[in-house]
Design a binder for this molecule. Structure first.
Ligand code: DAH
Length: 344
């Protein structure tokens, strides 16, 4: 008898060790303590009439001891399996009453922010936005812009040439003739985008940078249109009255070409550190579109005239956000980006 009891104890202990799920433990309860269960069977199968009083007491005690032990062990295993199941259920649930962890908001790159702002201003004045192509044909980047193969201006554009004869555009002016051919005249468009030049890098030079080109073509565009439109645009950009002036400049695709200066917004023209005591800040090159360029765009230079300007978008973003080194902008370092949360 006692070997049966010891054996059952051992067997149940083994069974409990491998029963992980609530259902397994419940099955063990039935197996040992159910009506047809093994322990119940021992109680039922013992013929107490063959035992004397002492033995009867002894056997009765041992059997009920086993039963009590089994009930406690199985009960504890049931409770534990139930708690485990509840924990697993909770893991799959969303508790809306818990305090949130707070999603980290992303931010737009300072150049993107500046670009979007400028696009809004220009679009409000009827300009369309064309991004053009970063991989460009020699024709659009140079020849159609009055920069033939032997033109010295090509030396200024340290070009990344591709094996198939195409190139990475060196300036957004490359989109001018494409836009003329696509949309004809009259035309008002801006061309923001990434440009590439194979040059040594330093705090203000990178092989990759952004420009923001503008083009306006109509029958009655003159140099005074350049001044009027740029003044109006810059007033929208800076939110205050500005004074601009033109100085002569040279670019093969404009004639005449200019440098547009902005009267220093810090000192109002009196002269300060920012404007190097001149009262003026050089802002962007521009000019009247060269007749050859209009012709390349399929437009009649006798009928249409245009002006174009090339804004250094990266440079403007750096000025706008006081970023001291252009090389920081290409790193994608979130510690930098996080400092310029987008105002959308
Ligand atoms: N594309 C010129 C550059 O990258 C900048 C420029 C000059 C653009 C004069 C213009 C312009 O539209 O009229 O150096």
């Amino acid at each position: 008898m006692s070997t049966t009891i010891d054996h059952l104890r051992g067997q149940l202990a083994d069974d409990l060790r491998t029963a992980g799920e609530l259902g397994d433990v419940e099955a063990l309860r039935v197996k040992y303590l159910g009506q047809q269960g093994l322990i119940t069977g021992v109680v039922r199968g013992t013929d107490f009439s063959t035992l004397d009083a002492d033995a009867r007491r002894e056997v009765g005690k041992r059997i009920s001891g086993l039963k009590t032990w089994a009930e406690a062990e199985i009960g504890a295993a049931l409770a534990e399996a139930e708690a485990r199941a509840a924990r697993a259920r909770r893991r799959g649930m969303v508790d809306l009453t818990l305090p949130g962890t707070g999603a980290r908001p992303g931010s737009l790159h300072p150049v993107t922010q500046t670009q979007m702002f400028l696009e809004d201003v220009f679009q409000s004045m009827g300009f369309r936005v064309e991004t053009g192509f970063e991989v460009e044909e020699e024709l659009y980047n140079f020849d159609a812009l009055n920069i033939p193969g032997d033109h010295p201006a090509r030396d200024m554009h340290d070009t990344f040439w591709l094996e198939d004869g195409r190139l990475l555009r060196t300036h957004t002016s490359a989109t001018q003739v494409r836009a003329m051919r696509m949309h004809g005249a009259p035309l008002r468009a801006v061309f923001p985008g990434r440009c590439f030049r194979c040059e040594a890098t330093d705090a203000s030079h990178e092989t990759t940078f952004h420009q923001f080109e503008g083009l306006m073509i109509d029958e009655d565009v003159t140099v005074s249109t350049v001044l009027a439109v740029m003044k109006a645009l810059l007033e929208k950009v800076f939110g205050r009255e500005v004074t601009v002036r033109l100085r002569p400049g040279y670019f093969p695709f404009v004639e005449p070409g200019f440098e547009l200066d902005l009267q220093c917004l810090i000192c109002g023209g009196a002269g300060c550190k920012v404007c190097k005591r001149t009262g003026w800040v050089e802002l962007m090159p521009c000019g009247m579109v060269h007749p050859n360029v209009l012709r390349a765009g399929g437009l009649d230079p006798e009928r249409y005239r245009g002006f174009a300007f090339g804004l250094g978008l990266t440079r403007l973003a750096m000025m706008n956000f006081s970023i001291p080194d252009i090389r920081l902008l290409g790193t994608g370092d979130l510690r930098l980006m996080d400092q310029f949360p987008a105002v959308l």
